[in-house]
Design a protein around this ligand. Structure first.
Ligand SMILES: [Zn+2]
Length: 408
């Protein structure tokens, strides 16, 4: 089956469907370009414009840290990327000296605030279509908040020293168009910081969540994202230091249009096929194994002959949703749900009230917790340390990756 749509990167009409995310609210299908290897999600049926997945003014409508394709309404993760981005950028540009910056998809303003700590006089154009999240910084001096998408923003040519685009490019209608605008508004030799989820992540053996969520239209390996950037007229500065296992982070410099572009790499097409094949197999296997994780949690008995022991889950995000969805937990098996970050945006998820760790460790609520299940990969070490320091009643800690490994 071939679609009439074209590849956004190379223009080829030969797109192969390789994956259909179950539960997609937009009937998305993931296609692999047979010429260049780009993976893009296309809608099976046309819905009216709901790029953000929510109708303006209804942010509270579907606050659920879903492990499925409908994840993405909370939009809190970008802030965690600001510190690593500043660190990487600072190796290639003196942020205290720049005069102007465009933040593409400025979201809740984490980068703008950090940049202004370094450089109090920098003039920032904050491009963010969602006016519900820009209130924090919309009135700041030298910040021009533009509540449209980049392609519609009224921006002068060659006007910025730095463009910051963090977890935005995977959402746009066309990365080719978006990067053309970015190139146009930057000064010659100016810097573009661009970060996106690393598609290769999906072959991780403990992957469990839906990667191809409705809000992401484009999925990048490093090679594919670089090809986009070379096509658009950027050269890479951070060879060998391009993010981590979950994120591709590139520091690029605007140059004149490249004379010789890298040829299409047939290896990227077979790479895309291999990634989706592994991904589908891992999802099936790991979701099945979550039954074993749930059974383990159901079987936990109180420590040390106490009348009642209490099990807390720490981490209310996508992995917790997967635990509820696939783990068949018994009523009462988990008595407390803790999350330091999500509690700012959600009161409850899957019928569990979310509590801040300080509210637990400081009061009686946490006094009889004897067991914590950590449902997080990225924050496992941080959570372990906090348990050690502030939760003396806890004698058992189990982390998701080890539980899943045990169940497999
Ligand atoms: Zn292509």
């Amino acid at each position: 089956m071939l679609t009439k749509e074209r590849c956004d990167l190379c223009g080829s009409g030969e797109l192969n469907p390789v994956y259909t995310p179950p539960g997609s609210r937009r009937a998305m299908v993931v296609f692999l370009c047979r010429r260049c290897g780009l993976m893009q999600s296309l809608r099976g049926k046309k819905a009216h414009d709901d790029r953000d997945g929510v109708t303006p003014g209804s942010e509270a409508r579907s606050m659920q840290a879903s492990s499925g394709a409908d994840w993405g309404n909370i939009r809190y993760g970008k802030g965690f990327r600001t510190a690593p981005a500043i660190e990487l950028l600072s190796k290639h540009i003196d942020l205290s000296k720049i005069k102007s910056c465009i933040d593409i998809g400025s979201n809740r303003g984490s980068f703008i605030k950090a940049l202004r700590e370094i450089n109090a006089t920098v003039v920032v154009a904050a491009v963010e279509p969602d006016s519900r999240v820009t209130g924090d910084y919309a009135g700041m001096d030298n910040v021009n908040t533009i509540n449209t998408c980049l392609e519609d923003a009224p921006l002068d040519d060659v006007s910025f020293d730095l463009a910051y685009s963090c977890h935005t490019i995977e959402h746009v209608d066309s990365p080719t168009e978006s990067l053309a605008v970015t190139w146009r508004v930057l000064k010659p030799g100016a810097i573009l910081y661009i970060e996106a989820p690393r598609l290769d992540l999906i072959e991780a053996p403990d992957f469990l969540e839906e990667f191809f969520i409705d809000k992401h239209s484009f999925h990048f390996t490093e090679k594919i994202l670089l090809k986009y950037l070379y096509n658009a007229g950027f050269e890479i500065l951070n060879h060998g230091e391009t993010g981590d296992g979950e994120n591709i982070a590139l520091v690029m410099r605007k140059v004149d249009k490249c004379e010789s572009l890298p040829p299409d790499d047939p290896g990227e097409v077979s790479r895309g096929e291999e990634l989706t094949r592994k991904y589908k197999a891992n999802l099936l296997r790991n979701r099945e194994a979550m039954k074993g994780v749930g059974a383990f949690i159901n079987s936990l008995t109180p420590v040390g002959g106490k009348e009642s022991g209490r099990v807390a889950v720490w981490g209310a995000g996508r992995l917790f949703d997967a635990l509820i969805r696939y783990g068949s937990l018994k009523e009462g098996a988990v008595s407390l749900l803790i999350d330091r970050y999500l509690v700012k945006y959600m009161d409850e998820t899957n019928g569990f009230r979310i509590v801040h760790p300080n509210a637990v460790s400081g009061g009686s609520a946490g006094a009889d917790i004897d067991t914590v299940i950590i449902m997080s990969r990225a924050f496992e070490a941080e959570i372990r340390q906090e348990i050690e320091e502030n939760f003396p009643s806890v004698s058992r800690v189990y982390a998701f990756s080890a539980l899943l490994g045990g169940a497999l």
